[in-house]
Design a binder for this molecule. Structure first.
Ligand code: GDP
Length: 176
């Protein structure tokens, strides 16, 4: 019996950024359409699989979440290996989480096996809180100097989440 896969592409996507910016919440909103105000950080890298269709292309996405490991700065090459894309997440209400993306982006470049090709997407999360400490122009400038797309999201209100993952996939599929 044939066991041909039901998808055309298998993509590995990473969520990166400081603790508390909402990486797990973005993942759970995208994969399960749920949100938890009291989400617990668990120890150990975790990932979820989502089958989806974007622009008529069936895809299997494995989306990796640091699950608290970023606190210890112990993400290693295994986490990055084979990843086609990374969502660099900051909290729009906490300026330092944006400033720290410089370090995270450097780490992506250091560890990723295909650093010239890895797609980076900048995501400013928690827009529902209303008070941004990161001027949009500054984020746009950072994004263009790092060859990223920039999007804003609220995992809580389910705004911009599907868009962030769709934009990521589109850019991966358009990257040679
Ligand atoms: P992680 O450490 O980056 O994975 O962040 P979490 O997903 O664990 O979220 C940290 C905290 O921020 C939790 O209390 C979440 O409920 C909250 N949170 C995550 N996303 C949002 C959002 O879009 N809006 C608001 N208001 N809170 C959020």
């Amino acid at each position: 019996m044939s066991s041909a896969p039901s998808y055309n592409y298998l993509l590995k996507i990473l969520l990166i950024g400081d603790a508390g910016v909402g990486k797990s919440s973005l993942l759970l909103r995208f994969t399960d359409d749920t949100f938890d105000d009291h989400i617990q950080s668990t120890i150990g890298v975790d990932f979820k699989v989502k089958h989806t269709t974007i622009d008529d292309t069936p895809l299997k996405l494995t989306i990796w979440d640091t699950a608290g490991q970023e606190r210890f700065r112990t993400l290693t090459s295994a986490y990055y290996r084979g990843a086609q894309a990374v969502l660099l997440v900051y909290d729009v209400g906490r300026r330092e989480t944006f400033d720290n993306l410089k370090l995270w982006s450097e780490e992506v470049d250091r560890y990723s096996s295909c650093k010239e090709h890895i797609v980076k997407v900048l995501v400013g999360n928690k827009t529902d809180l209303g008070s941004s400490q990161v001027p949009e122009g500054m984020a746009e400038e950072w994004a263009s100097s790092h060859n990223c797309i920039h999007l804003l999201s609220s995992a809580r209100d389910s705004v911009g989440v599907t868009e962030a993952f769709s934009a990521t996939v589109r850019k991966v599929l358009a990257t040679p």
